[in-house]
Ligand binder design. Structure first.
Ligand code: ADP
Ligand code: MG
Length: 350
């Protein structure tokens, strides 16, 4: 476990002043997109749309609610703050191009700590080819608050909403589900052990996958690129932040349809299964209700089945039905279970 470490060198934020700090944090900033006409340093950034449509999405992360600095390295936090926002842009079938990043920090944090955070931010921007074009920097009493706004572009009319699913459409999901939740439970358990006895060092052998999924999630850009290459357009799409169950219910509600999911088709990583067993939770429950997977869930016409079934990035987990057929999971024992939204809800959990 790491404490919010006072590194050998500690530069007080106050020694730099607000503008000095902004200049310092953004000193490595690069421009990667031709659409970024004007970036950090003016009253606003200027973006050229080149005739494309613009998608905007914003998210806020609050210390103690969305992350715990006891076990979240600041570099990972910076990376994750960016990728979870990019995930929303991909979920609209768009390509992210710019972000703005606003932070509120207290004097608990040193300049070096913020540098680590920005290292993660810059790495995510580099990997996903997006430009950091602005933000805001302010102080907070105690905690760390992060707000990221992501901007993306999509060809005219090609954006995908939650409301277009039609009867008989296939339900597809990328990657695998429930791993991040298992990573969270593992970190929480180790934190408790550490608090009781700081001498005990955690052993994370054979659990690196679930930890990485939790601390450093990736946005599913390959899925969007594959759909484009194959000239396929989902009928509806959403990214999985609150659990599969909750997200498919959003699609059903907004599309006014029902759905059938099959338990045997749910993609679950072996490390997730092993962790679920140690925590005494059914791995299906993790897949349905675990949060922060950041996989993409989408529906697509049956006509596209031949192409979709060859795609290694996804699994077909069910299909869309008439609204009066309900929203159900067919279990391995052939039972019909009504899906309910038990997804992780920070408001409910406060
Ligand atoms: P203003 O007073 O117009 O809000 P600021 O002094 O807050 O401007 O910011 C100066 C410039 O630095 C702006 O371009 C702003 O977008 C950018 N900026 C401020 N804080 C951050 C940050 N944390 N990360 C990246 N860019 C930032
Ligand atoms: Mg400002």
């Amino acid at each position: 476990m790491q404490k919010l470490k006072d590194m050998e060198q500690r530069t007080e934020i106050s020694s730099m002043g607000e503008f000095g700090l902004i200049d310092h944090l953004t000193r490595h900033n690069e421009i990667r997109n031709a659409s970024t006409l004007l970036s950090i340093g003016d009253d606003g950034a200027v973006i050229d749309t080149f005739g494309k449509q613009i998608v905007v999405s914003t998210d806020m992360l609050v210390e103690g609610v969305h992350f715990d600095l006891m076990y979240t390295p600041l570099k990972h936090l910076g990376y994750k703050s960016v990728t979870v926002n990019l995930s929303d842009i991909y979920a609209m079938n768009a390509e992210p191009t710019q972000i703005t990043l606003s932070i509120a920090v207290s004097n608990r944090f040193s300049v070096e700590a913020l540098d680590e955070f920005y290292e993660g931010v810059n790495l995510a921007c580099e990997r996903y080819g997006v430009d950091l074009v602005g933000g805001d920097t302010t102080s907070s009493q105690k905690g760390f608050v992060i707000s990221v706004t992501a901007i993306g572009e999509v060809e005219e009319g090609k954006f995908v909403t939650r409301s277009g699913a039609k009867e008989n459409d296939l339900i597809c999901v990328t990657g695998d589900l429930g791993a991040s939740y298992m990573g969270l439970l593992l970190m929480e358990r180790e934190k408790q052990i550490y608090l009781e006895n700081p001498k005990i060092q955690p052993n994370f052998e054979n659990q690196t996958y679930i930890i990485e999924r939790f601390l450093k999630p990736e946005a599913k850009r390959k899925m969007i690129a594959w759909l484009k290459e194959n000239k396929l357009q989902p009928t509806s799409m959403i990214d999985i932040s609150d659990g599969l169950s909750s997200e498919i219910l959003h699609i059903c509600k907004q599309s006014q349809v029902g759905c059938i999911l099959y338990e045997e088709k749910l993609p679950i990583h072996e490390e997730t299964r092993a962790a679920a067993a140690t925590f005494g939770i059914a791995s299906t429950t993790c897949a349905l209700n675990g949060g922060e997977d950041y996989e993409l869930l989408f529906t697509i016409s049956q006509h596209d089945f031949e192409k979709v079934k060859e795609c290694e990035l996804l699994n077909i987990i069910g299909h869309i039905t008439k609204p009066d057929e309900g929203k159900v999971l067919i279990t391995n024992g052939d039972k019909r279970v009504e899906l309910s939204a038990q997804g992780w809800n920070p408001i409910k959990n406060v």
